[in-house]
Write a protein that binds this ligand. Structure first.
Ligand code: UT7
Length: 327
């Protein structure tokens, strides 16, 4: 028995913020942002929208498209770095209640922008192990809530959104998750960090530094790491299965920076046309970026059942990984 992506859904907030809009907040320009990242816009949630709301909207679409009854879903995994609450309760528990998944266990998965890639392998293992039948996996972020809107080094990069998939047992060879590669380089943890709010630096009124409440990043270090691991993940997954790039229909990378994707493509001599990108419209939505991309591909008929697809992710941790699957 294998495990396949039975259905997919996504949701991005209506509020579209352009690069020009950001020039009113920080000293930046549309030209700098586009030339350094490929980003033209991002979608930012409304004041009354929270992470679980975005997750529910994406999940409802995936559940409906999957033609699955809610009581058939017995596990819910929410990959996020921007939960409704810090620590507990899990956002997954909130989503489980809002969706009315009465038979589902629920937990959050924290692997930064690699969360969806980790989640696919987690879901596959849970089903193949026999303890669970159908897993709802959601990658969701409201990074706008933990972004320092005074820091031009980071605030131009991120966006909000959600993507969801239903994972089910696959009885045919036609589609399924074939293999995954998951890794971590914790020695780089400080390169992408939100310092305050945990046991190391509890928030203390009056003494917590404002910037420590938000995402802080050494962009260059993360960039170099990202190009290296993207290249390694693609090469390793192809080699393990004696595949060449010609056999792959699409590479769907985490959408963090178009230059990271171009650099990896250049090193591997893979044409950019093999990579699906939509970073120009959504910016970096962390754990949501790959399912949002897959959903757009699904809705525009770019994915056919049986297509070989490679997903690659990297992010806070520093974590990285990839999945090889037949759509
Ligand atoms: O999902 C994983 C999370 N993160 C990432 O994947 C990010 C990885 N890193 C990157 O994508 C890139 O390193 C950045 C886009 C963050 C930065 O691009 P860069 O080409 O590495 O620029 P830089 O950090 O070397 O900065 C170049 C200059 C600096 O000015 P000085 O010191 O040379 O005068 C920055 O202050 O660009 C300046 N700068 C900006 N200028 C205008 C940085 N941000 C901005 C901005 N607008 N928004």
């Amino acid at each position: 028995m294998g495990v396949y992506i039975r259905s997919i859904g996504a949701y991005v907030p209506e509020n579209r913020v352009t690069n020009d809009d950001l020039t009113k907040l920080v000293d930046t320009s549309d030209e700098w942002i586009q030339s350094h990242t490929g980003i033209k816009a991002r979608h930012i949630c409304a004041e009354d929208e929270v992470t679980s709301d975005l997750a529910v909207k994406a999940a409802e679409q995936a559940i409906e498209r999957g033609g699955i009854a809610k009581d058939e879903i017995d596990m819910l995994v929410v990959a996020t770095a921007s939960p409704d609450y810090t620590g507990f309760p899990s956002t997954a528990s909130i989503v489980q209640d809002k969706l009315g998944l009465e038979k589902a266990a629920a937990f959050d998965l924290v692997a930064g922008c690699t969360g969806f890639v980790y989640g696919l392998e987690t879901g596959r293992s849970l089903i193949e192990g026999g303890a669970f039948r159908n897993v709802l996996l959601i990658g969701v972020e409201t990074l706008s809530r933990i972004t320092n809107w005074k820091d031009r080094n980071t605030c131009v990069l991120f966006g909000d959104g959600a993507g969801a998939v239903v994972l089910s047992p696959s009885m045919s060879e036609e589609s399924g998750i074939i293999d995954s590669l998951l890794g971590s380089e914790g020695s780089g943890a400080q390169h992408l960090v939100r310092r305050a709010g945990g046991s190391k630096e509890p928030i203390k009124l009056g003494s917590t530094k404002e910037e420590d409440l938000y995402i802080q990043m050494n962009g260059r270090q993360v960039y170099n790491f990202a190009v290296r691991v993207n290249t390694e993940v693609i090469t390793t997954l192809l080699d393990r299965h004696q595949l060449t790039i010609d056999g792959i229909s699409w590479i769907v990378p985490h959408q963090a920076n178009i230059r990271i994707i171009q650099a990896a493509a250049g090193r591997l001599k893979i044409p950019m046309e093999k990579f699906f990108t939509n970073i120009h419209e959504y910016a970096n939505t962390s754990a949501a970026s790959i399912p949002i991309a897959l959903n757009e591909m699904y809705e525009t008929d770019k994915l056919q059942r049986g297509d070989l697809v490679l997903l690659t992710g990297f992010g806070a941790g520093l974590s990285y990984g990839g999945n090889l699957l037949k759509w």
